[in-house]
Design a protein around this ligand. Sequence first.
Ligand code: ADP
Length: 410
Amino acid sequence: MIEIQSFDKKSLLHLAFTGLTEDELQQMAAMSRLCTYPSNHVLCHEGAYEGVFYIIADGIATISKNISEQDGERVLRIAGKGDLVGEMALIQNVPRSATVRTATDCTVLEMEKKDFETMLSRSPSMAINIIRTTLDRIRENDQIAIQDLQNTNKVLHHLDRNKLEFIQVAAHELRTPLTVLKGYVNVLNSFPEIKANPVLSEVMDGIVKGADRMHEVVNTMLDVTRIDSETLKLRAAPVLLKRVVSDIVHELTKAATERNIELTIAQDADTPNINGDPTLIQKAIYHLIVNAIKYTPDGGKVILRSYPITMDKDIPGVEVSVQDTGIGVDAEQHELIFEKFYQVGDATVHSSGKTSFKGGGPGLGLAIVRGVARAHGGKAWVESSGHDEVNYSGSTFYLQLPIDPPTPST
Ligand code: ADP
């Protein structure tokens, strides 16, 4: 660091703070010192409590911020002659929020925190000046952050499209050989030798169950690509909601009974029928009920309700709720679990089986539920006091649908 005397401190201060009186400029000049630093010298260290602020007199400095271990440092802006650096942390009494590094040989006017505060208390015009500069900077940083978010959003959107395309291709490619496999298994199954041999028929049963489960997963993959695609067109028809729920319960009763789980239907008599895509709505409710069974321990309860409601903007609708006495969901996961392929905890330690306790799944069920809700102009969400595998306080999942889906804008 070289301290120099010859620089005209007052004209520099005038450049940094317009509106200061001659007297104030004089006082400030007396409290500050001019120093020169070589290139690549760090004036402010991000995260450190430091007691000096700087006005650049000559040269250039970069202001950068550590984004993450992966992304490293990111330059936020370049400061040149007349620019203030390092004053924000002094005003707020907080650690430096960014690193300031000289990019060339730099001459700076330095002022200690206590002198800076004395000046601020003496000169209202300087205080206003600092507020203005700080607000401008915050606005500038906001703009950078917004731009960053917009760019990242575009990239994420693109990656999401790629992921969907991949799922679609993979599902189609798997479906053909699976169909062939199931065909051959059916032929084999018809041989009397196999039927007569208990060991072989058990093996065949296993193959059929495995192939059926794979088929179901492949279909779920195709469902999610269809629901997520921007071109989804609803095939609207009358949906007898109470009937849909009771049919699914009927289908799943055997699986629930095997695990001693009580499935109760408590639908309001005035649950309205709705107009919507019957297949999609059936799938959404199916996933909710399968999940409730899957994430409830043996001996638990699942209650299904449906009732009329008035949605936002006074739109008449219906709500289906699926309440369980299962493992529950922590608040920070309430939104994430509706993302494609998102699973809480380690997916590799799940047991297998569609309805076995914490049985594995592709992590697509709730993405389908939310996709179906949105396609109909409705919504889906969860309420739960948290993940608890001691008291099993459970969760309630809600699916809200309007009686008439919105007409698509053309
Ligand atoms: P999958 O069940 O195939 O993992 P889903 O999209 O259906 O995928 O669910 C995502 C995650 O949400 C699950 O892995 C589970 O952690 C959590 N979840 C879903 N339903 C429930 C429920 N009823 N109770 C507790 N957790 C649930």
